[in-house]
Design a binder for this molecule. Structure first.
Ligand code: BJW
Ligand code: ZN
Length: 256
């Protein structure tokens, strides 16, 4: 939760007329997603009520200096999360977004998540802004090591001797340029921009909400609580994404 105090949001009352009208005209849709969409798959969020960063300090784990100070500890944290991600399944929210590919002209997912669940749900057009927990690379020569790593001799090393790290974006690091530029381009050209399950406090990713706004998209928030960007959204659906996104699919199927 950010320092801003939020009121209790009103419970979701169904899909409203303005939204349905926009949806009926929309050609290009972007889903900008965060940890909240995977919460119903059993993957903890970072912030908020059950967020992992209520217990752990992000600056101790999610930055390069922390990794250099204590690579063993950082890897233990990632291996723990890798297991959770590996055992998780896409939920009704991920599946609904994937299903929309057959019901709408052009659907793009721009995700901050590193958990692969959009891909596993069947989404095709995905930009991953913060990397992917299933990939690793050498900090010296950037060689990728995506197979199962061997930790029996301590933190795994590359042939060149460099430490191998997870391919995720830590604080103070640049986002992968192709992913950010591709995602931003889709955002600039979309008619409806959904902001799903993100606290929208981490930049530059959160800036995409403002990019969408400036480009004239209709902005729809799906979240269990108010966020930093609720005030600029055209409509906010407050409830679980695993309930609200399938309701949109149901509506689209009825109109087919
Ligand atoms: C549900 C739900 C349900 C729950 N249904 N909803 C000061 C001002 C502005 C910027 C900065 C600043 N100081 C530093 C910065 C920059 C920094 C930043 O933004 N910091 C802010 C936090 C202050 N950004 C960076 O450093 C970025 N790089 C950068 O800026 O590069 C330029 C640069 C380079 C060199 C020098 C200087 C600048 C990089 C950011 C990388 C973020 N990485 C992480 C970790 C990834 C790896 C890992 O997983 O371990 O990415 S941080 C973490 O936060 C993760 C997430 O992708 C990201 C966003 O979190 P998200 O997805 O929004 O999750 P939550 O938990 O915050 O929210 C969940 C939401 O779901 C909540 O709203 C719930 O209500 C909701 N929810 N259940 C629907 N069922
Ligand atoms: Zn190397």
């Amino acid at each position: 939760m950010s320092s801003r105090e939020f009121n209790n949001p009103p419970a979701w009352g169904g899909l409203d007329e303005t939204f349905l009208e926009k949806l009926s005209e929309a050609k290009r849709i972007v889903f900008f997603t965060g940890a909240g969409i995977s919460a119903e798959s059993g993957i903890p969020t970072f912030r908020g009520k059950d967020g992992i960063w209520n217990k752990l300090r992000p600056e101790e784990l999610a930055n390069f200096n922390a990794f250099m100070r204590n690579p063993q500890m950082v890897w233990e944290w990632y291996n723990h999360r890798k297991k959770i991600v590996h055992d998780a399944k896409p939920n009704a929210g991920h599946l609904a977004i994937a299903e929309m590919q057959d019901l709408l002209e052009d659907v793009t997912v721009v995700t901050q998540n590193i958990d692969n669940l959009h891909r596993r749900a069947g989404s095709k057009n995905i930009y991953e802004l913060h990397g992917n927990i299933e990939r690793n690379y050498c900090i010296n020569c950037n060689t990728f090591y995506n197979e199962e790593l061997d930790f029996s001799g301590g933190v795994p090393k590359c042939k060149c001797g460099g430490l191998i790290r997870p391919d995720v974006v830590w604080f103070g690091e640049f986002l992968p340029e192709d992913q950010f530029m591709g995602g931003e381009e889709a955002v600039r050209n979309c008619d409806i921009f959904f902001v799903v399950g993100t606290s929208a406090v981490v930049y530059p990713a959160a800036g995409l909400v403002y990019t969408a706004k400036k480009s004239g998209a209709f902005i729809v928030e799906v979240n269990i609580e108010e966020t930093e960007v609720s005030a600029i959204c055209d409509t906010s659906f407050f409830g679980e994404s695993g309930k609200i996104l399938p309701a949109i699919v149901d509506h689209l199927k009825k109109r087919e």
